[in-house]
Design a protein around this ligand. Structure first.
Ligand code: NAP
Length: 463
């Protein structure tokens, strides 16, 4: 084919891929269109990869095909992990993306020296620093979420000074390389120091903040990809990286807002350390409990029920039983809705994904602010495996680490029922005064079997 026609076709294909990436992000922002969004993103990525195969500068495909095979072999089992393991799986994907970008930057450096301009060296150094720190940072985040590494923040005196000095050292090495690209040992030194900085950056952050950290690392990896796009003169990579980087950043901002935290608080706050309560430890706290039969009698007699799902529903994989409960109550004429907290579960949209999987109608899902304004008219707020996102201490206890975090104010409903296995705290590691209110009934048990018990009772034992 004529090289000019070929160039036009390639550019056209890249433009379509970019348009698909933008549409994918747009569609991903609503549960109703999310599946379409995933498909659009996949088609866009496949188009971008296949089009790149037609680049005339590619002379041999052997190594690309080997990498494709290895990547596919790693990718398939990664795609099959349980929903509860998706945050750590995402962190692993970021780690691989960052590693790939850093390795390409490293090979570009060694292919280009000694004939490398100051501008090119700046691009490569930045790209390799951010790629390397995102690689190790993402690995540590995945390790914490998988509980291979301790979830508690690991902190020591003078830590911020040490971390910033390490970052300063890698920036210094980059500056030396910009003026003297062949300076011996500086390039590998810069890579090693950046890898170390990624470890130091994420280790002091608690497991509870890992999903936010992952969103931040996502934006770093996007930035790396965009920088790599400049290094390789690939417009599609610049745009895809910028979209990835900015969407990751926006997501991190949304998550910080939903938890009433700032970036500095997430990165330097050491949130999630064991809390020692200053008061009330010795107070006798009375807990009211109920059986599935008692719970079903209360639910069956209610006019309005608001279900608030949380991480425990995901762990128990109770979403299908919850859907059955929704069906049976709706059939009895009860108005059932779901109150969704933006950070319920362990990743943004966690509850939406689970409830969509169980075919709960989207229009029955209401956001936190709407749920709170309807709360005084709610007969029963049924909390299924949620804890922190309903904790009234966020409104009342100024000493609480979650003070100021917006919550679903279930304590304003007429009756509160909480399904969980014990009085153990949630991810923030703090007690929940909701469990000891007079209007609260604790329904102790695994979410799936307890909800199953309620459904069985409501349907007269014949599910
Ligand atoms: P949570 O506060 O972590 O509480 C979950 C509760 O589920 C636990 O207290 C646990 O109690 C219960 N549970 C576990 N397994 C269960 C089972 N099989 N059956 C029944 N209950 C079970 O969860 P959340 O209310 O959803 O709050 C999310 C937390 O994660 C917040 O602190 C939020 O800030 C944080 N976070 C979330 C995101 C995000 O993107 N979603 C991001 C960053 C941080 P038992 O052990 O007693 O059963």
């Amino acid at each position: 084919m004529n090289p000019i026609t070929m160039q036009y076709l390639t550019d056209f294909s890249y433009i379509i891929a970019i348009a698909l990436f933008v549409l994918s992000l747009k569609w991903l922002s609503s549960p109703a269109t999310a599946r379409r969004g995933v498909l659009a993103g996949e088609i866009g990525a496949a188009m971008a990869v296949v089009t790149t195969f037609f680049n005339p500068e590619l002379v041999q495909f052997k190594w690309i095909l080997i990498a494709l095979l290895v990547g596919t072999m790693i990718g398939i089992p990664l795609g099959l992990v349980h929903m509860t393991a998706v945050p750590q799986r995402t962190a692993m994907s970021h780690a691989f993306g960052a590693l790939a970008a850093a390795l390409i930057g490293i090979s570009e450096y060694y292919m280009r020296i000694p004939h490398i301009t100051k501008f090119e060296m700046t691009e490569i150094a930045l790209e390799v620093i951010i790629g390397s720190l995102s690689f190790t940072g993402s690995l540590i985040a995945a390790g914490k979420l998988q509980e291979i590494l301790p979830q508690r923040p690991i902190v020591y005196k003078g830590q911020n000074l040490v971390s910033l000095s390490v970052l300063g050292a890698s920036v210094l090495a980059a500056l030396v390389l910009i003026f003297n690209p062949t300076a011996p040992f500086f390039f590998p030194g810069m890579v090693i120091i950046s890898l170390l900085f990624g470890v130091l950056l994420v280790t002091p952050i608690g497991g509870a903040d890992m999903p936010t950290v992952i969103a931040l690392l996502n934006s770093y990896v996007g930035l790396t990809a965009a920088l790599l796009g400049f290094v390789l003169n690939s417009k599609v990579l610049v745009v895809a990286g910028a979209l990835d980087g900015s969407s990751g950043f926006i997501l991190a901002v949304i998550m910080c807002k939903a938890m009433n935290r700032s970036f500095t608080n997430v990165i330097f706050g050491a949130f999630g350390q064991l809390q020692v309560s200053a008061k009330g430890e010795e107070e006798e706290k009375i807990v009211h409990t109920a059986s599935p039969e008692e719970a079903s009698a209360i639910l069956g007699a209610a006019n309005t029920v608001l279900i608030v799902p949380g991480y425990g529903m995901a762990v128990a994989q109770a979403q299908h039983k919850v859907r059955e409960l929704f069906d049976v109550l709706s059939k009895k004429g009860v108005d059932v809705k779901f109150g969704i907290h933006p950070v319920a579960g362990r990743m943004p949209g966690h509850m939406n994904v689970l409830l969509a999987e169980a075919d709960v109608p989207y229009d029955k899902l209401i956001e936190m602010d709407d749920a709170n304004s309807e709360m005084p008219q709610i007969d029963v707020a049924l909390i299924i495996g949620a804890n922190d996102v309903t904790n009234p201490a966020a409104k009342t206890d100024q000493s609480s680490p979650i003070y100021g975090m917006p919550i679903i104010e279930v304590d304003n409903a007429r009756t509160v029922m909480v399904i969980k296995r014990s009085l153990s705290p949630g991810f923030a590691g703090i007690d929940n005064p909701l469990f000891y209110l007079n209007k609260t009934l604790m329904l102790f048990g695994d979410a799936k079997s307890f909800v199953g018990g309620i459904v069985k009772d409501l349907t007269g034992g014949g599910e």
